[in-house]
Write a protein that binds this ligand. Structure first.
Ligand SMILES: [Zn+2]
Ligand SMILES: [Zn+2]
Length: 329
């Protein structure tokens, strides 16, 4: 089988031939049919996230079919459509695992980071962290749900009861969140890179009430904002645009430094908080909700061997929606 492998951070992925992995106890063997390209993959490849196993196969928005069951696996049958997300393992015994916050586990394993991910023809995954994928979306369309959708959904939850919601950075996560928020009757204000007309147009097609550049003043005071762009300088901008008592949620796993800012823009019980990873409950809740809205994803389909190009296009901000790698394409 083919795999795109990161041997050293800061270098390009290399296409290699490998043996199809064998499902160990508790694992399923998954034939990958689609794998989304997430900004976190860029942080793994570029070295912003510093603890990968190396070599590693990136990719944690995996959709595939179950081709083998390891000893003791329950809940899946051969041929099932399955999704594999970022949270690939937890210890089950640390304080966080015991207190309903497995997303903060002290000894986690993340897919495409410490565990080989989906930039390959086949992968193995711990069945306890995998999910059945709702019908209604093709494999390629469903792939972005597995991280952009899940983390986006968790971010939206932490934004609280916001009638007017700002979103900074309008990529894969934002376009899914905008659909959910609109379904709930929220108005969404989209902030893109200054002058990025294409992203602003895209935001409007996803039901946003307004779209502008990150430095623009929106026509209303926001009740809450989510920052998906990995740019710390957006935090004071989002705070200034958000009313007293509102929350600014930081949805990315890595962000450039937040510049010094006057206390008065945080004053008034404004809250800044990060969102880390996901819990399996988030996934169950979101995957049940998505087809009821229904969430539609905008994807750019690329071949497995084009992974480096997909990452480069994500880095430069020229993608509309989400890039998805399709093995055998
Ligand atoms: Zn734990
Ligand atoms: Zn991700």
């Amino acid at each position: 089988m083919k795999a795109m492998v990161l041997e050293k951070q800061g270098e390009l992925l290399r296409l290699v031939e490998r043996q199809v992995p064998v499902a160990g106890p508790g694992q399923i063997l998954v034939e990958v049919t689609a794998c989304g390209v997430c900004r976190t993959d860029l942080h793994v490849v570029d070295g912003d996230l510093t603890e990968p196993k190396l070599p590693v196969v990136p990719g944690h928005e995996i959709i595939g079919r179950v081709r083998a069951l390891g000893e003791g696996v329950t809940g899946f049958a051969l041929g099932d459509r399955v999704g594999v997300p970022w949270l690939g393992a937890t210890c089950g015994s640390c304080w966080f695992c015991r207190n309903g916050q497995e997303n903060l586990c002290d000894h986690p394993g993340f897919t495409g980071y410490q565990i080989d991910g989906g930039y390959q023809d086949f992968t193995v995954a711990d069945a306890r962290y995998c999910f059945h994928v709702p019908p209604g979306l093709s494999d390629v369309e469903a792939a972005p749900l597995m991280c952009a959708g899940l983390i986006g959904y968790r971010s939206l939850r932490f934004a609280g009861h916001a009638e007017r919601l700002g979103i900074y950075g309008f990529g894969a996560a934002a376009h899914i969140v905008a659909q959910i928020a609109r379904h709930r009757g929220q108005q969404v204000y989209a902030f893109t890179r200054p002058g990025d007309r294409a992203a602003q147009e895209f935001a409007l097609t996803q039901g946003c009430a307004w779209a502008g550049g990150s430095g623009d003043t929106p026509p209303v005071h926001l009740d809450a904002a989510i920052v998906f762009a990995p740019v710390g300088a957006l935090v004071p901008l989002a705070l200034r645009a958000t009313r007293k008592g509102g929350t600014v949620v930081l949805g990315g796993i890595h962000m450039s430094d937040i510049p010094p800012m006057p206390y008065e823009i945080l004053w008034g019980e404004r809250v800044v908080r990060s969102v880390a990873n996901l819990t399996r409950d988030d996934a169950r809740e979101f995957l049940a909700l998505a087809p009821r809205i229904p969430v539609r994803t905008t994807v750019v389909e690329m071949g497995l061997s084009e992974a480096n190009e997909a990452l480069a296009r994500l880095r430069s901000g020229e993608l509309t929606g989400a890039a998805v790698l399709v093995p055998g394409r």
